[in-house]
Design a protein around this ligand. Structure first.
Ligand code: SAM
Length: 322
């Protein structure tokens, strides 16, 4: 009997939870925050330390970033050298406090491995205790638990730099953080797709799958973004604007008091009212230049979307020049 749709969806979701971030993507993003890590404890709490490039990045760059401590927790896996298989019931956590023997390498004996009582779920009491010890949390959390994951970070008032899907912007738990300037997008990924490694048993016939130069399977994922509350310089650079407002180029919505702008690069330089722009605006958002007024959800817009001359628009963010 073919599996029910529900099971297939669950399997697909579980598989998406096992996408592993490439070291080069972590390096490209972390470059922007170098000065913010000195003296800090970093927690990677969805990271099998033996395969996570987050753990690898922070241990390799420990001295350069002048870190205090790196902690990584590993969910349901006690097997070395494998991708997380979720095979074990227990988790472990690892602590690294720098190069003790001065050989400028990360030696296995410098990494302390400790058992967890439970499975290493980031929501468990013991993992929350580790969260409390952390200054900055940095990881690619399971796709299916993104909302819960972020909510926990906010509840504990943590600094964070995490990977998620751009659509998360629109979640009702996420968008208010962006409006309140408590979270924004990181600078290194603004479009296209990113390669993530996948476990060996991942079906190669899946769209966007391939094998990299190290013989490891990967999948290309679209819509990936970094979400953070760590500040960086480029975020304060204003988007250059060149278009002038005309009522013909920027018609008003039928059901909301704003003009519609189809391309972020064409935001008019001389319009002072509210403008509906594509959600990719957030890739260019400079808080000194624009104020975010809301989205269809937060503004309670009739029929859930802006309409222009009877035509339904894509999801929008409503902004105003400062
Ligand atoms: C998208 S993968 C990313 C792994 C790693 N952070 C990286 O970027 O390479 C998410 C990881 O979270 C683990 N995970 C799933 N559910 C979890 C939970 N409830 N608590 C902690 N980790 C979990 C998965 O096993 C997987 O290793």
């Amino acid at each position: 009997m073919p599996p029910a749709n529900h099971d297939l969806n669950q399997a697909a979701r579980a598989r998406k939870d096992e996408f592993y971030t490439q070291l080069s993507d972590i390096e490209k993003e972390l470059r922007h925050y170098r000065d913010l890590f000195a003296g800090k404890t970093v927690l990677c709490n969805c990271d099998d330390p033996r395969v996570s490039n987050f753990f690898k990045y922070f241990t390799l760059n420990f001295e350069r970033l002048a870190l205090r401590r790196v902690i990584a927790t590993c969910y349901k896996n006690t097997q070395p050298d494998l991708f997380s298989t979720n095979a074990a019931e227990k988790g472990v956590y690892l602590i690294y406090e720098g190069d003790r023997n001065g050989n400028r390498r990360v030696d296995p004996e410098e990494i302390e491995v400790r058992p967890l009582r439970g499975d290493g779920d980031f929501r468990s009491t013991e993992c929350v205790e580790l969260l409390k010890q952390a200054d900055i949390v940095c990881t690619n959390p399971p796709f299916s638990l993104f909302r819960e994951y972020l909510a926990q970070l906010v509840r504990h008032d943590k600094q964070f730099l995490i990977i998620g899907n751009v659509n998360a912007i629109t979640y009702k738990e996420v968008f208010p953080l962006i409006v309140a300037n408590k979270m924004w997008l990181g600078p290194s990924i603004h479009s296209g797709d990113r390669k993530f490694n996948v476990p060996d048993n991942y079906p190669l016939n899946a769209a966007g799958c391939g094998i990299d130069e190290h013989g490891r399977k990967f999948i290309r994922v679209k819509g990936v973004r970094w979400f953070t509350n760590l500040d960086y310089k480029e975020r304060h650079e204003e988007l250059p604007l060149y278009k002038r407002y005309t009522p013909e180029d920027f018609p008003r919505y039928d059901n909301y008091d704003a003009i519609n702008v189809n391309k972020v690069s064409e935001i008019p330089m001389d319009y002072d009212g509210v403008m509906g722009v594509p959600i990719t605006f957030l890739d260019k958002y400079c808080p000194e230049q624009f104020e975010i007024v809301g989205n269809e959800y937060s503004l309670n817009i009739d029929r859930g979307r802006g309409y222009v001359n009877g035509k339904r628009m894509y999801g929008r963010i409503f902004i105003r020049r400062k």
